[in-house]
Design a protein around this ligand. Structure first.
Ligand code: APR
Length: 251
């Protein structure tokens, strides 16, 4: 009698045999890189007021908003480096196993890990956009020490180029993410509470199309009891390398 396969072995088979493997990631994948999550233990929204990244609050209180935004998003981002979870996904893409990543994260760590097809559903902290002339600048090309960072071209107020509450999803990221999810037969869902629409609907699309969901989260999420076929209650930086080892054994 064949020994009962472990959950890791069965998940590794699903990954290896996938026709169109994708990943959907949230803040949890970057926690081991030193970036706090938004919710749950050590969550940013336990410490800071999410109104700071609410678009009408930002427009009415730019100085207060910017002061908090720098603390929340720019202080921890500088030192953060990709961790083994980001690196595993990048390696699977290089091997032609993973087709792309839809990320809710704005920290650019997937790209720094070497991933090429990354759709940033909520934009990026790496760029700022002028609220007057619309010009976009890389964050090192502007002076962030100002209380209210201003546009080098027209002196207008700059805003980080990530999606504030009350703003729409960047058109390109939305369309590309929808396309990727619609083609995916296996999606690895890593480090997300699955609470923020419309991003959190991406894994549901895969499930509705008959796909397989492999969830990695240190706590149960909205997906765990509803759409996850596999659930690893482990740190992403530990389980993803273990899954990579199990996939290698199948070769
Ligand atoms: N490994 C795996 N999962 C982890 C780890 C870890 N090391 N550490 C934390 N987690 C899990 C938490 O249990 C939680 O379920 O990651 C999840 C992070 O959830 P959130 O903080 O809600 O982050 P996310 O789902 O990405 O939030 C979505 O909310 O505020 C907005 O725009 C913001 O993109 C963000 C969106």
């Amino acid at each position: 009698m064949e020994a009962k396969k472990t959950q890791i072995e069965r998940a590794a088979e699903a990954i290896k045999n996938a026709k169109f493997l994708t990943a959907f990631t949230g803040a949890g994948i970057s926690v081991e890189s030193g970036i706090p999550p938004f919710r749950g233990q050590g969550g940013l929204w336990n410490k800071y007021d999410p109104r700071m990244i609410e678009i009408s609050f930002f427009q009415e209180n730019p100085e207060q908003s910017w002061s908090e935004i720098k603390k929340i998003f720019y202080s921890s981002m500088k030192s953060a480096k990709p961790n083994p979870a980001h690196l595993t996904l990048a390696e699977w893409e290089k091997q032609g196993l993973l087709k792309g990543i839809i990320t809710q994260n704005i920290d650019n760590l997937h790209q720094e890990a070497g991933s090429k097809t990354v759709y940033e559903f909520h934009g990026t902290v790496n760029y700022l956009v002028c609220t007057v002339c619309g010009k976009r600048f890389f964050h090192t090309d502007v002076d962030l020490n100002q209380d209210m960072p201003s546009c080098p071209e027209c002196r207008g107020l700059l805003k980080p180029d990530f999606v504030f509450y009350g703003e729409g999803i960047p058109r390109g990221a939305y369309d590309n993410s929808l396309k990727l999810a619609s083609k995916s037969d296996v999606m690895i869902v890593v480090g997300t509470s699955g609470e923020v629409m419309p991003a959190c609907h991406m894994p549901v699309i895969v499930k509705q199309n008959g796909g397989t969901i492999i969830e990695i989260n240190t706590l149960p999420s909205t997906y765990t009891e509803s759409i996850s076929d596999f659930y690893f209650e482990m740190k992403a930086g530990e389980i993803l390398p273990a899954l990579a080892e199990a996939v290698k054994k199948l070769n």
